[in-house]
Design a protein around this ligand. Sequence first.
Ligand SMILES: [Ca+2]
Ligand SMILES: [Ca+2]
Length: 256
Amino acid sequence: MEFKTAAAIVAGMLLSATAHAVPIVNTNVRPVALGATAAGEQSLQTVLDNVFGAGAVSAANDQSAAGLWGSATSSATMIPTLIIEQTSGASSQKFGMWFGTDTSNIYTVDLFFGGAVGGSTTLQQSAVGIGIGNGQMIISAGPTFQSQCGTQVNCGLFSNALINPTSFGFYFATGAGKTAYSIDSMNLGGATDFLAFQGGTSTNWIFAFEDGTDNDFQDMAVKVESITVPEPGSLALLGLALAGAVAVSRRKSKQD
Ligand SMILES: [Ca+2]
Ligand SMILES: [Ca+2]
C-alpha cells in the first residue's frame, strides 16, 4: 500500500512538471517605444553615448531583438571598468545569468547584488561550471578598491547541468520583487523589461533593464563583453568576459 501511494505521488509530480513546462522562446520584438527619463536621471541614450561614443548607437532605433547569447572567446582579454551609480534600492537589487530551455526549469546565478557602486570582473568558465574568483571582482568602496565577495559579488564556482556556454541569458531583480529577464516570454505577461544594444559589429553589448513602468530602461544598465548571438555551428568556444554593472538612476524616492 505504501509503495502504491509513493508511486502515485511520483507520477503526479511528473505530470505536473510536464504540464507546467513552457519552452523558452525568444519572442522579443524590437524596437519598443522609450518613455521619458525623469528629471535628474541619466537617460539611456547618455549611457550608450558614454560607452560606445556619442551618436554611435541609438537608444530608440538600434535595439536588438536578441535574447540569448553565447561565448565568443576562449579567454577574456579585456576587463574594462565602468562608472556605476545606484538607485536607492541598490541594496536589494540583483543582476545575474540564467540557463535552461523551459520556464519550469531554469538555473539562475546571481552575479552582482547589494550596493555595488563600480567595478569590473571576468566571469570564469570551465568544464564544470561558471564562477567569479575571490578578488576578481573589484569594486570601488569608499577611498579604496576592494573585493566585495559575499556582500556585493557572488564569488565562487557554480555547477549545474543546465549551464550551457552557447546559450544563456541575463536578468535583473529589483528590490520590489520584480525580475526582468532578457527574453520577453519569461516576463510576467510577456512584458518588455529588457533592451539590448550592440556596439557596432563588436561583441560588446549594453543590456538595459526596466524596474518599473515608465520605460526609461535605465534603471540598470550592464556592459557585457565577448558574447555573440548564438548561431548553429558558430559557438564552440568557452569563456566570456563580463564587465561592470551600471545602475544609472539617481532617483532617491522610488524606483521607476
Ligand atoms: Ca529610471
Ligand atoms: Ca524605469
